[in-house]
Write a protein that binds this ligand. Structure first.
Ligand code: AMP
Length: 112
């Protein structure tokens, strides 16, 4: 089932896009939780990380590499955090797999 991120991929709703290739798209979070807050999503509509299969192995690896490249491009590669919320109880509100790329402030550990 498509989500609002599917609509962003299809340009049906606007987003501040920072990176795109054939397999993924990255854009600024509309409600940033840090000075830099980018969402990186696969174009394939995988609802949750737990729904990914062995077929998605290369795609998941690609997302990790792209996350590092985006961090370098944005100048945050010395200190950033990747977050994947999986399931409503873990804070997931959009059921299209996404990596949060967060940086620009002191990030606490453990996370909330
Ligand atoms: P999560 O809670 O992990 O599912 O993350 C969903 C994220 O999507 C939240 O951080 C929202 O602020 C963000 N979000 C929701 N709608 C939009 C939108 N139209 N454009 C950009 N980010 C959005």
């Amino acid at each position: 089932m498509t989500t609002l991120f599917g609509k962003i991929i299809r340009r049906e709703i606007p987003a501040k896009i920072v990176y795109e290739d054939e397999e993924c798209l990255a854009f600024r979070d509309v409600n940033p939780q840090a000075p830099t807050h980018v969402l990186l999503i696969p174009k394939k509509e995988i609802p949750r990380l737990a729904d990914a299969t062995a077929e998605d192995r290369a795609l998941l690896g690609h997302l990790m590499l792209v996350a590092g490249n985006i961090a370098r491009d944005l100048g945050i590669d010395d200190a950033f955090r990747l977050v994947v919320n999986n399931g409503a109880e873990a804070g997931q509100s959009v059921f299209h797999l996404h990596l949060h790329i967060l940086a620009g402030r002191k990030l606490q550990w453990p996370p909330g």
